[in-house]
Design a protein around this ligand. Structure first.
Ligand SMILES: [Zn+2]
Ligand SMILES: [Zn+2]
Length: 453
């Protein structure tokens, strides 16, 4: 699309917003802000929908987001941002300076998932790629990161067009490898808070697969969980299935271990502290009459507090070793417990004061009924890492409704679940999801850097 064709609507939008932001009185100002942001979102929408379809049909796996990062970099450059690429992998950092004032970071993730899209949408992904293990997989934006990117670009364009209404610095970032839980740490390690303006606040949003399009969800405190992956190798002494007394059977020991692990949450963690221990995979043996030498278990652990996380991991180590000891395994055949450190995700903690401010801005912008208080979940989000550096920067992630409201109502009536995030059927409703996201993110940033707030 050429620059000239976009110029006139942008100017009209900017003028509208400037006019209405200066309206006297809190109520009329917020009504006017809503109207002007809505008008602006309507003008931008055709262009944003094209961008959304492009991103949706060109998904890239975690750590392979090269073209996606380039596209986001181009969009930000065109909007007037100074842009750096290759930050922590394929990460993108755009900076827009606009006088003295707070620095606000807005983050989108860039990566997609190895899922074969089955939505039947006309713009469904047909992309195939080779994953890090060399396997050919189909790729889909099944977690809505294409919506997040589109919203970030829309908010960047809106905010850049009304620079007279706010003062401060915007840092807009495209983060790689969210699905691996490593992208935020990579960007931080590559100087996100030292090479670029250090934020006073960090904002992000994520689509929600059971929240109606057109609404937003807010939550103070813990919003998403600590995510840990644990591998356990239960070792035994293999042999003939008819001579069990000559062996140490790792299958029986693995079965005992799986059951014992269930008592960590039910008997050891305080009842008020949420935690999950799931054994998602168990593999051992080759044939009916062979007792194998080992069995592999794969676990996912979820929690909110650092203390419960540490308590759960310690209990797993203690129980697996204790049961192996009880089975009579020698010291050199004790189980091996390995914690995946590179791809772990820390719990997402929404700074309560920041979330309250942002939620207040949403209520003024959209009305109370559109802003839903949502419950914490045990999914993971590495946006949490931006609030866990020494600076302890307040961060806030809010939810964006993305599902056809009729389907949400039907699901509530029938009890039939809607496709979740990461499902091959997950199909966000672009309109009004993208418009609402742009308005919400713009409103949240203006709440923090706006001149007349
Ligand atoms: Zn995801
Ligand atoms: Zn996601």
């Amino acid at each position: 699309m050429s620059t000239s064709s976009k110029f006139v609507p942008i100017l009209i939008g900017a003028c509208l917003l400037s006019l209405v932001l200066s309206a006297p009185g809190a109520d009329s100002a917020s009504t006017s802000l809503r109207e002007s942001l809505q008008a602006r979102a309507n003008q931008e929408y055709p262009r944003l929908f094209e961008l959304y379809k492009h991103l949706h049909t060109h998904p890239e796996l975690s750590l392979h987001e090269e073209k996606t990062g380039q596209r986001i970099a181009e969009e930000l450059k065109e909007t007037g941002f100074e842009v750096a690429t290759g930050v922590g992998g394929h990460g993108v950092v755009g900076v827009l300076r606009n006088g003295r004032g707070p620095t606000v970071l807005v983050r989108t993730d860039l990566d997609a998932l190895p899922v074969k899209e089955q939505t039947g949408l006309p713009y469904a992904s047909g992309v195939r790629a080779t994953d890090d293990k060399g396997t050919e997989v189909e790729v889909m934006h099944a977690c809505g990161h294409d919506v997040h990117m589109t919203v970030l670009v829309g908010a960047a364009r809106t905010l850049a067009s009304v620079k007279d209404r706010w003062q401060g610095t915007l840092v807009m970032i495209g983060q790689p490898a969210e699905e691996k839980g490593s992208g935020a740490r990579k960007m931080l390690a590559d100087g996100l808070f030292t090479r670029f303006p250090k934020p006073d606040y960090c904002l992000a949003l994520h689509v929600k697969a059971d929240l109606p399009a057109g609404s937003v969800g807010t939550i103070e405190g813990y919003a998403l969980g600590n995510v840990d992956s644990v591998d356990i190798t239960i070792r035994g002494v293999g042999g003939h299935g008819a001579w069990p007394h000559k062996t140490k059977d790792p299958i029986v020991l693995a079965a005992e271990t799986v059951l014992a692990l269930q008592t960590i949450v039910s008997r050891e963690i305080a009842p008020g502290e949420p935690a999950v221990v799931t054994v998602g995979s168990i593999h051992g043996g080759t044939k009916h009459n062979i007792i194998p030498d080992e069995v592999q278990l794969q676990l996912t652990l979820r929690s909110y507090s650092d203390e419960v996380r540490a308590q759960t991991i310690a209990a797993i180590k203690r129980m697996t070793r204790g049961l192996a000891d009880a089975a009579g395994l020698p010291e050199d055949r004790m189980p091996i417990v390995t914690l995946e450190e590179k791809e772990r995700t820390s719990a997402m903690y929404n700074d309560p004061a920041l979330m309250r401010r942002v939620a207040g801005a949403f209520k003024k912008l959209f009305g109370e009924a559109t802003v839903q208080a949502v419950k914490p979940v045990m999914g993971g989000e590495d946006f949490s890492e931006y609030g866990r550096t020494q600076d302890k920067i307040p961060i806030c992630l809010f939810w964006l409704g993305a599902v056809n409201p009729d389907l949400v109502r039907e699901s509530e009536k029938t009890g039939k679940s809607l496709p979740s995030l990461h499902s091959s059927q997950f199909a966000p409703l672009p309109e009004p999801t993208i418009k609402t996201g742009v308005m919400a993110m713009t409103g949240a940033v203006l709440e923090l850097v706006g001149k007349n707030q």
